[in-house]
Design a protein around this ligand. Sequence first.
Ligand code: 5GP
Length: 190
Amino acid sequence: MRHGNLFVISGPSGAGKGTLVARLVREVPDAWVSVSATTRAPRPGEVDGVHYRFVSDEEFDRLVATDGLLEWAVYGGNRYGTPRATVEEHIAKGDQVILEIDVQGGFQVRDKMPSARLVFIEPPSLQVLEERLRGRGTETEEAVAERMETAKVELSRKMEYDVRLVNDDLDGAVRALAGYVDEQAERTRG
Ligand code: 5GP
């Protein structure tokens, strides 16, 4: 059996992290994706407990106060955090635990768990990123502009990640991501 490992997947909103991670879990049988807590309102189609745990500000305060989060950050005016207990349980069980979180969170995870592997997903270009964000149709113009600014900040930190994958061809990016997770997990086979 492989030992449990922790992987952080970051990259600008619209880079296609969600789709990549959904495909990754079909390719890598012991991969498990953490469900974050957030104070953001659900988008149409998002299900509580599946995409996120949607919590109130008070509930989020309580999670922070009780050290219930491995990391947390403010993104676009909302708070997002990784529940600590479930992540620790799945690592102990031998899963390849995947956190789809922003760069602020990624660096907090690296500080707390230096063995974590940080993967940065890059969009093919800023123009493609903007088109994808608009195409979603769920974001206001103001939110698109804000996410583009955040994207530039995130992209400026990509060299601090362990690896970078350009998501220009989905199948190729899935293969590269699954290949990286498998390669790292095999190093810890007991
Ligand atoms: P969205 O609102 O588009 O679902 O997510 C916005 C950003 O928050 C994305 O970059 C996403 O990866 C990040 N995010 C989601 N969950 C977490 C979390 O638990 N912690 C941190 N630090 N970022 C998160």
